[in-house]
Design a protein around this ligand. Structure first.
Ligand SMILES: NC(=O)c1ccc[n+]([C@@H]2O[C@H](COP(=O)([O-])OP(=O)(O)OC[C@H]3O[C@@H](n4cnc5c(N)ncnc54)[C@H](OP(=O)(O)O)[C@@H]3O)[C@@H](O)[C@H]2O)c1
Length: 288
């Protein structure tokens, strides 16, 4: 396989923070944990195969978090991919605690964010985290203190770039007074465009926009998908169309579809190779 033929490369590149080039179609590692994003994967060997296959398919942007498992996805990434390829960017997050399956209470106290950055460095086996995202703003703690601690960690060389997750334009602007924010990660897909205002702001300012649930947790990809008919016409799969639509929506869009299987990963990555005409894009746009 030549370098040119790696499917994720067909998504084009984006320079995170102006100096960290990634292929726009990445991979999200949340599905590699147990049910409710709690505990180990049901099939660890397949999880390792998925991670190794991402890189073989041209992915060099992997999203994770300390809270996936917790402490499951990050050590798995290290186990599967170390020694890391020079161009691999691992984006992690901190600021959510775990009290059980599907429970995610935010804790944004500076000492906790510092501890979790240290834990992520250890679990990932890194000396510096390329992109550290505040997973949620903790309303009990001033935003300035949360982003301020990440800025301190950046000044100490433990974090390269800072990102935010689930924020409004106003919160992003507030955070930007404390540190340079290079990316935002909000829920966004064909059927949930509630973060459109933030996306437009990110596009205008060259800030990476990482849409989570890009496949609407699988409902856009599964049987009965609202994209099934258009996909058949286009000789693509619904998952590929959902990702191609995102990639065409904005040049700062960095989708991170999640999956626990190599078969679905391969399906998704070929979405980068689908070219949508303006008419096809408009037809997809009309699906709310
Ligand atoms: N910042 C945040 O607060 C936040 C919140 C949620 C998620 N995230 C990040 O966003 C990433 C993406 O979200 P997500 O993984 O929850 O949702 P998603 O990417 O929208 O969808 C994943 C679901 O779709 C299924 N799927 C994937 N590819 C498929 C295909 N080709 N055909 C059929 N089904 C397919 C997966 O099942 P299989 O495993 O069976 O493939 C899984 O159930 C996460 O991995 C995580 O990194 C961030």
């Amino acid at each position: 396989m030549t370098l040119e033929s790696l499917p994720a490369q067909a998504s084009g590149t984006f320079d995170l923070g102006g100096d960290l080039t990634v292929n726009r179609l990445g991979y999200g590692s949340m599905q590699l944990t147990g049910a409710g994003v709690w505990g180990p994967p049901k099939d660890e060997a397949e999880a390792i195969r998925v991670l190794r296959r991402t890189v073989e398919l041209g992915v060099n942007f992997i999203d994770t978090a300390d809270s996936y498992g917790p402490a499951v996805a990050e050590p798995l990434i290290a186990k599967a991919l170390k020694p890391y390829a020079d161009d691999l960017v691992i984006a992690t997050k901190g600021g959510l605690t775990r009290s059980g399956p599907n429970e995610w209470p935010p804790v944004g106290r500076p000492e906790y964010l510092r501890q979790q950055t240290e834990m992520s460095l250890r679990w990932l086996g890194l000396e510096r985290i390329d992109l550290y995202q505040l997973h949620r703003i903790d309303e009990k703690v001033p935003l300035e203190d949360q982003v301020g601690e990440l800025k301190k960690l950046q000044d100490e060389g433990k974090i390269r770039h800072i990102g935010l997750s689930e924020v409004s334009v106003e919160q992003l602007e507030q955070a930007q007074k404390v540190a340079t924010i290079v990316s935002v990660q909000n829920l966004f897909n064909l059927t949930d465009r509630s973060s459109e205002k933030l996306l437009d702001y990110a596009t205008e300012h060259g800030i990476g926009f990482i849409p989570w649930f890009p496949l609407a947790t699988g409902s856009l990809a599964a049987e009965g998908s609202p994209l099934a008919e258009i996909a058949e016409k286009k000789q693509a799969t619904p998952a590929q169309l959902a990702l191609a639509w995102l990639l065409k929506r904005s040049p700062v869009m960095l989708p991170i579809p999640g999956t626990s299987t190599v078969a679905h990963l391969e399906d998704n990555m070929h979405g980068a190779e689908i070219e949508l005409s303006d008419a096809e894009f408009a037809e997809l746009n009309a699906i709310a």
